[in-house]
Design a protein around this ligand. Sequence first.
Ligand SMILES: Cc1cc2nc3c(=O)[nH]c(=O)nc-3n(C[C@H](O)[C@H](O)[C@H](O)COP(=O)(O)OP(=O)(O)OC[C@H]3O[C@@H](n4cnc5c(N)ncnc54)[C@H](O)[C@@H]3O)c2cc1C
Length: 388
Amino acid sequence: MQTSTVIAGGGASGILAAIVCARKGDDVVLLEKNDRIGKKLLSTGNGKCNLSNINCTPDDYNTPFVKDVIDRYPPQKVVEFFSSLGLLTRVDEEGRVYPYSESATTVLNVLMRNLLNYGVRVITQCEVREIVRKEDKWIALTDKGEFSCDKLIVATGSDATSGSKSYSLVQSLGHALTPVNYAIAPLLCKDIKGANGVRAKVLAQIAVDGETLMSERGEMLFKDNALSGVLAFRLSSMLARKKGKFSSCKVTIDFVPDYSEEKLKQLILDYDNAINPLDGILHKALALNVMSRTPMDKSLLMSSAKAGALAKSCKHFEVNVTGVAGREFAQVASGGISTDGFDCHTLQSLRHKGLYCIGEVLDVDGLCGGYNLQWAWASAMAVGGYDD
Ligand SMILES: Cc1cc2nc3c(=O)[nH]c(=O)nc-3n(C[C@H](O)[C@H](O)[C@H](O)COP(=O)(O)OP(=O)(O)OC[C@H]3O[C@@H](n4cnc5c(N)ncnc54)[C@H](O)[C@@H]3O)c2cc1C
C-alpha cells in the first residue's frame, strides 16, 4: 500500500500524531500490533487518565532534549488542542489535568472519533516487523503486507509496556539504545514492618551515595517491602536515572512536616502519653516503626530526652532503598532510543531523512503526574508540525 505517512504504534503519541498529520492533509495509515488501539491509555491515571500537568516544564524530564518541543507545545496548548478535538478537561489542586468525565475511555473515544473524521486508516493486529529504505521511500514490513510512505513515524512505546522489541525497529537502522531502567514504580526496601496499605502525607528526600536528588511533600503508601504511591513514584524516577550505578540509596521521611522538631518535642511532652507517646500524632503502624527505631529509656515516664528522641525519629526516619520494582509495576522506562540521533525540533532522525521517533520509544521520561502523556502529546504535535 502507498501512502504519505505511516505511523508504527497506536498508543497515545501515535494516535495523536495521526490526527495532527491527517488534519494537515497527509494520507495517514496507523499500524497497531494489538487488536485495538490505545489499550494502555485506558489504564492511565488509575482509569482516569492524567493527561497532562499545567505545572510541567522541560526541567521535569530526564533530558534537555525536550525543551524545544515542550516550550512550543506546553500543557496549555495541549489542553487547547484536546478541546478543539471535543474533550472537556479539569485541573486538580496539584495541576494534574484529567478529562472532565474522569474516565480514560472518554479520551480514547474522542481520539478515535477524530481518527475517523480525518480519514486515518487504522490497521490493528498488524505488527511492524522491520523498516527498510527502498529508493526514496520508507517501507514498513508487517504481517499484513508492505506499507510504503515518505514519512515514517515510530511510536512503539517503551520496554515498560511494549517490551524491549519496541526499540528494535530504529535500533536496526543504526540508532543507539541507552540503558533502560524501570521508573514510576515502588521503591524496594525492607525497613518498614506491619504498615502494609497505610497512607501518610509526608515530606520525603531521596539521596543516592550522599547526594540529595529530590525533596518533596506528598502522599506515601507503605507496602510490605516497598514505598509506593505518587510520592514514591516521583522519587523512583530520580533513582532510575542513576541506571543502577549507586552503592547506597536512602529515603528520609519526615512524618510530621507541618511541625518543627522543637514544636513536635513539646507536643509529645504536653500529650504526656508515656506508653504510646505518638498515639495522637501518627498512624499506629507508623508510630510502632518510629518507636522501634528510637533509642530511649524504657521507663513509663515521659521525659524531655525521650520526647526529643521521638521527635527526631519522626522527622528523620531513614529507609534504605535497594532499587526500583520491576517491569510489571512500572509505568514508564527510563532510557530508550538515544535522543542524540534526532533533531529536537522536528524529531526527525539525523541519520535518515523521513524517519521520526515520538513518545516513550525515545530516551525521554518525565515525573509521575501527567508528564509522560504530556511528552507523548507534545512530541506528536511537533512531528505533525501543529501550528507551524
Ligand atoms: C498503568 C500505567 C498508568 C499510567 N498513567 C499515566 C498517567 O496517568 N499520566 C501520564 O502522563 N502517564 C501515564 N503513564 C505513562 C504513559 O501511559 C506513557 O508514557 C505513554 O502511553 C507513552 O505513549 P507512547 O505512545 O509513546 O507509547 P504507548 O502508549 O506504549 O503506545 C505504543 C503502542 O505501540 C504499539 N506497538 C509496539 N510495537 C509495535 C510494532 N512493532 N508494530 C505495531 N505496533 C506496535 C503498542 O502495542 C502500543 O499500542 C502510565 C503508564 C502505565 C503503564
